[in-house]
Design a protein around this ligand. Structure first.
Ligand code: SAM
Ligand code: SF4
Length: 334
């Protein structure tokens, strides 16, 4: 097998983390993520699991050691455990050190045990509220019970769960301290995330947007938290809450740009690579993947990396709440 050098962009940033979206579909319709009338990709356009496995192996040979499966909701794609099992086989013997996923947890009661058997150790679960009615209004589905059952199933199966919560002025602002307490009482860390202007949605993003730095200051004081050097390879700044021994992370792409340390790329379920979350620039890898020609695919990866932008320019203001990208977050999986 040919040796390939580590994947590096033109700013010297090495890419070690692949986020792979396996479907753009979802069983929820979160107000900040999707519009109510989403046009989903025809299922016939999706790359097969064999093709996705080939792609992941090509990335691993370039120094990627962490893969996160995402979506849409990854666990709604038919037979997705087949792919996760295949990737799990690569753990420890190929350079892949971590296989994980981001999920809304509704399908975790069915899959949590199998995930552990495949070598998954940690999952990120998105949960924005513990209030049944707010959940239904926010996700347009009455599914809080399913998400909570999924979290319980994951914990019971021995998965480490981190909660991700998007801070939304018009939905969960007042509830955030309670969510932190709830997560910590169950032994879970939690990250609070600023909403990003990705894709057209039905609501006014300015009405949703809550700048996080002022909230971070208040929460750090109120919960007597201390700065922490805890890192998960991502953009969160963590604080430790000594009272619970658990962390609260803040992900602030708008108020505090974190692009200088970017170590990741994203590939969609149809084989498009996006080298920046906040830009629409992409390259189509589909043909190279489907031909199973590793040399061609590796050349394409190098080409894509050379075009990786320095950073995003997300902004949400009253006069300009237009999306920074045409695509929704669900296309690339966060
Ligand atoms: N369905 C899965 C879930 O919700 O965890 C995985 C895909 S979802 C697109 C990945 C993450 O992106 C979730 O944590 C979600 O809250 C977040 N997200 C979606 N749209 C967003 C936006 N416009 N701004 C910030 N985060 C967003
Ligand atoms: Fe679905 Fe996740 Fe988007 Fe919510 S955030 S609509 S759960 S993809």
């Amino acid at each position: 097998m040919a040796q390939f050098p580590p994947l590096q962009d033109s700013f010297g940033r090495q890419v070690t983390y692949l986020r792979l979206s396996v479907t753009d579909r979802c069983d929820l319709r979160c107000q900040y993520c999707m519009s109510n009338k989403m046009q989903f990709l025809p299922k016939s356009d999706l790359l097969s699991y064999e093709e996705l496995q080939f792609l992941c192996e090509a990335f691993i040979r370039r120094g990627v050691h962490k893969i996160r499966i995402s979506g849409g909701e990854p666990l709604v794609r038919k037979d997705v455990m087949q792919l996760i099992a295949g990737l799990g086989q690569l753990l420890d013997n190929s350079g892949l050190q971590e296989l994980t996923l981001t999920s809304n947890a509704t399908q975790l009661p069915k899959h949590a045990t199998a995930l552990v058997e495949c070598g998954v150790r940690r999952v990120n679960v998105s949960l924005d509220t513990l209030d049944k009615d707010t959940f239904a209004r926010l996700s347009r589905r009455d599914a809080l019970h399913d998400t909570l059952a999924g979290i319980d199933a994951a914990l019971e199966a021995g998965l480490k769960v981190k909660i991700n919560t998007v801070a939304l002025k018009n939905y969960n602002q007042a509830e955030l301290p309670h969510l932190i307490d709830w997560a910590h009482q169950r032994g879970m860390d939690i990250s609070i995330i600023e909403t990003m202007p990705m894709g057209f949605i039905d609501e006014d993003r300015f009405e949703q947007y809550m700048p996080l730095l002022p909230l971070q200051e208040k929460l750090v004081q109120r919960l007597a938290m201390q700065p922490s050097d805890h890192r998960t390879g991502g953009p969160a700044t963590y604080f430790l809450r000594p009272e619970t021994g658990r962390h609260v992370g803040f992900i602030t792409p708008l108020t505090n740009n974190f692009c200088a340390g970017c170590n990741r790329v994203r590939v969609t379920c149809t084989g498009e690579i996006y080298t920046c979350l906040g830009q629409d620039g992409k390259m189509d890898l589909r043909q190279a993947i489907q031909s199973f020609d590793e040399t061609v695919l590796q050349e394409k990866l190098d080409e894509a990396l050379l075009a990786k932008p320095k950073g995003h320019d997300f902004e949400i203001t009253k006069s300009d709440a237009a999306p920074a990208t045409q695509r929704h977050m669900s296309v690339t999986g966060g």
